[in-house]
Design a protein around this ligand. Structure first.
Ligand SMILES: Nc1nc2c(ncn2[C@@H]2O[C@H](COP(=O)(O)OP(=O)(O)OP(=O)(O)O)[C@@H](O)[C@H]2O)c(=O)[nH]1
Ligand SMILES: [Ca+2]
Length: 497
């Protein structure tokens, strides 16, 4: 017993004063850290929403975006919350019955009503942007295009959102907003990193956008868009080729091969054994080919497949004009294009097609891509159908043509080489949001990307809490050490035996 008491007397930690100080100190630290954590705890998120309808040539899709409501100046990250594919074709296909264009949107709009909390409905902006399908209809029949917009507008105004209008985007806007989307989602803009180019392949047009290295804007001002985003300046090169989306380019390829008005046409871009009857009037019913219609054509022609990638490439190449260029350099059709720069994200049909063909992996060399395509195109149609019973026949029949077109457009059209081809990433989405022009369009119209970098707190939340904890602990240790003079003195020196 006396030994125990002696031990207690010797050990300063066992004096009542130190025990009280320690307990108070521990309570103080716990309280300090708890307050720091609670005070800075992210409050339960409330969101704001925005809706964009992408009225493409082949179909319309609705996208709902959401972002934290609390952030000042809407600087919180915008993400895709939901998307809805409108059933049926694009709005431009309703030229003869415009009301149906409006009605076609109802189902997806009802879904949007369910997805966005009802207390946010009135403040949620709703935009519709139409692309190449409506551009073509507008060229072909202005009145019909206006009627389609009227019908769509009427339908959209019947929903409780804040309707902001429906319009045709210019090709330049479509290309530039696709680039903004890709770089925003990759966090490249905020961090001022080197940007990624954007390649979009639609049904009726295709866009290429990238920031070139040292670039003379004055050479072709219509291909340049200047941005100031988060304090950085960007001089973007962008071009949209109308009629070079995959559906219209297929029309052009078929038109080229039926220019003499034959009854049967053998097509290297379709599989051996493939055979369908096509109508001449239907084929030439587009401003992309209408001028080429043969004078004396029968009603129909039989479209048969031969399945030869290299001959298909030759057909596709005839659709590009490389003969005239009034600039220092061109892509094709006399369009200025500065040298390619950096990496690229290729989305929409680039992705659908290359994904189907198992060619999205960037490590696959260009030569292997071509060899795989040659093998695929040469496979008999019956075998292809057997191998993919789940794929729509229309899509299935066209993958050989589309794959050949993609490779030819990238290499012959845009001048990607076997080295730079590997810099193309075929993507559908980035961090859960689809790649496409819609997000960039909404960010722009809602002023969600500031021109200057916003001031941010010097430390992130976790850093702040850690520093408070460490400082509190240091202060406490310092305090305990400062009490040393009043610790009871040891009466005896330890004996050395
Ligand atoms: N294989 C396949 N093709 C698709 C799919 N969805 C769309 N497509 C086709 O891919 C092409 C491009 O589609 P989108 O990017 O939606 O084109 P769009 O926006 O309607 O057309 P633009 O107005 O020119 O941009 C069209 O020929 C579509 O028919 C899909 O899931 N699989
Ligand atoms: Ca599109």
């Amino acid at each position: 017993m006396s030994a125990q008491r002696e031990m207690k007397e010797k050990n300063p930690w066992h004096t009542p004063l130190t025990i009280i100080i320690t307990v108070i100190g521990v309570i103080a630290i716990v309280a300090l850290v708890t307050v720091a954590v609670l005070q800075n705890r992210p409050v339960p998120q409330k969101y704001k929403y925005g809706i964009v309808l992408d009225a493409g040539s082949s179909h319309t899709a609705l996208y709902i975006y959401e972002w934290p409501a609390e952030k000042d100046n809407n600087t919180g990250r915008v993400e895709q919350k939901h998307s809805c594919k409108v059933k049926g074709k694009g709005i431009s296909s309703y030229a003869a019955e415009p009301e149906k264009a409006g009605m076609s949107l109802t189902e997806c709009m009802r879904e949007a009503e369910m997805q966005v909390p009802s207390r946010r409905h009135q403040e949620t902006p709703l935009y519709l942007g139409a692309t190449a399908g409506m551009r073509l209809l507008n060229i072909e029949n202005r009145e019909a295009s206006d009627k389609v917009f009227e019908a769509v507008e009427k339908a959209l105004q019947g929903f409780p959102f804040s309707y902001q209008g429906a319009r045709i985007l210019s090709g330049q806007e479509e290309g530039a907003f696709g680039w903004v989307t890709v770089n925003y989602l990759d966090d490249r803009l905020k961090q001022g990193l080197e940007t990624t180019g954007a390649l979009d392949l639609g049904g009726a047009s295709t866009q290429i956008s990238f920031v070139p290295h040292e670039y003379d804007i004055s050479e072709s001002p219509s291909n340049s868009v200047a941005f100031r985003l988060y304090g950085n300046d960007y001089n973007l090169y962008t071009h949209s080729f109308l009629c070079y989306g995959k559906d219209q380019v297929l029309r052009m390829a078929l038109a080229h091969q039926t220019r003499s008005g034959p009854v049967t046409m053998s097509d290297p871009c379709f599989h051996p054994g493939y055979s369908v009857t096509r109508n001449y009037n239907a084929l030439y019913d587009s401003p992309c080919v209408s001028e080429r219609k043969p004078k004396e054509a029968p009603l129909n022609f039989t479209h048969t497949g031969v399945g030869n990638f290299f001959r298909c490439q030759e057909v596709v190449k005839t659709l590009f004009n490389f003969t005239s260029c009034k600039y220092s350099r061109c892509s094709f059709n006399g369009i200025f294009q500065p040298p390619l720069q950096g990496s690229f994200g290729a989305f929409s049909a680039y992705y659908f097609v290359m994904n189907f063909l198992n060619l999205t992996d960037s490590s696959i060399p260009l030569e292997t891509v071509k060899a795989n395509l040659a093998n695929y195109c040469g496979t008999p149609w019956n075998q292809i159908k057997q191998q993919h019973p789940e794929v729509k026949e229309k899509y299935l029949a066209e993958y050989c043509f589309s794959g050949t077109y993609i490779v030819t457009l990238l290499t012959e059209g845009y001048n990607f080489t076997k080295e730079t081809f590997s810099k193309i990433k075929f993507i559908k989405e980035i961090k859960g949001s689809d790649a496409g022009w819609t997000l960039g369009y909404m960010l722009n119209l809602t002023n969600m990307i500031p021109a200057e970098a916003p001031d941010s707190p010097p430390l992130p939340h976790a850093g702040y809490v850690s520093i408070v904890t460490v400082i509190a602990l240091l202060l406490f240790i310092l305090f305990i050490l400062s009490l040393r003079p009043i610790w009871p003195k040891c009466s005896k020196k330890p004996q050395i035996v």
